[in-house]
Ligand binder design. Structure first.
Ligand code: NAP
Length: 267
């Protein structure tokens, strides 16, 4: 008989670690082998914590195809589906296949530098492109190769639909139902004067289009932040941002309702 493998991750709060211990015992009693690391042979990934812990798990596992479920020990979790006290019910429904997989799109950016290097960053929530702290940044923005604006401001945030309730919302972007597959491009503190003209609202792009960003030649430090992970670059020639081919397969149960979560979190 083949092994039933489950990988389990947690953040470092005492509560999450206690919950993980209890769940691990239950899973072992049910005949599963429980790993504290990612394995391609695992049939399920479990993440104990809040949305931040969920993002960390996705990055640690390098955006796995394996179904993943979040056990919520944090604040209201948008990714997290199950409360620790409902774990027994969860495992019964999981074993009898009473769930759906929500396929979440991700966003990627390719940074090309003057020395010919290309680096790819992927985000489940968003990617931001900013300058040095407290300095405005200037770049030319195109959509599928067609020039659209000369941006000036703190930077640009490109959010997935699932990420629309995170940083995107704080900078004035719209909440998007994750059933819509699109990228939302939201300016961060855009300058709009007689000297500089930038869009002040979000732009919504269908998933097949690519956003091109060319920094002005005077810009020498650019920061790319994917889901809170910051990388600095010098001498950037071009940045392309687009919908990635990688997806996250999130386990949802029949009573899942995105708009109920939105109401509970924001109203
Ligand atoms: P953090 O700064 O410690 O926490 C960010 C907060 O965003 C947490 O309360 C987290 O929920 C929540 N969150 C994460 N993803 C969400 C989503 N899809 N919808 C609604 N809320 C969400 O950073 P972190 O925990 O490492 O998470 C990184 C994320 O922080 C980034 O992807 C970015 O979206 C967000 N962020 C937000 C701001 C802002 O709003 N001004 C600034 C920087 C970064 P939990 O409490 O459940 O973990």
């Amino acid at each position: 008989m083949s092994e039933k493998l489950i990988s389990i991750f947690t953040n470092e709060t005492q509560h999450s670690m206690d919950v993980k211990q209890v769940l691990t015992k239950k899973l072992i009693n049910l005949g599963y082998t429980v790993l504290n690391e990612f394995s391609k042979d695992a049939e399920l990934v479990i993440c104990v914590g809040g949305d931040g812990a969920f993002l960390e798990t996705i990055h640690k596992c390098d955006f796995p195809n394996t179904p993943i479920v979040g056990i919520n020990t944090g604040h209201l979790g948008f990714f997290q589906e199950v409360l620790p006290e409902d774990f027994d019910k969860f495992i019964r429904e999981y074993e009898s296949g009473k769930y759906t997989l929500q396929k979440l799109s991700t966003v990627e950016c390719i940074v090309s530098t003057a020395d010919g290097q290309k680096n790819v960053h992927t985000g489940l929530n968003e990617i931001t492109i900013t300058g040095r702290k407290s300095y405005s940044i200037h770049f030319d923005i195109s959509i599928d190769g067609k020039p659209i604006e000369n941006f000036s401001g703190d930077g640009i945030l490109v959010a997935t639909s699932a990420g629309s309730t995170a940083y995107n919302y704080s900078v004035g972007g719209s909440i998007v139902d994750p059933r819509l597959d699109l990228l939302q491009v939201t300016p961060i503190a855009p300058m709009n004067t007689t000297a500089y003209r930038s869009f002040t609202s979000s732009i919504l792009l269908p998933s097949e289009l690519t956003l091109g960003i060319v920094p002005e030649s005077s810009e020498n430090c650019i920061y790319i932040t994917n889901d809170g992970i910051e990388t600095g670059y010098c001498n950037v020639k071009e940045i392309e941002v687009r919908t990635s081919k990688r997806h996250v397969n999130l386990i949802r149960f029949n009573d899942y309702d995105f708009w109920n979560k939105v109401k509970d979190k924001f109203l």
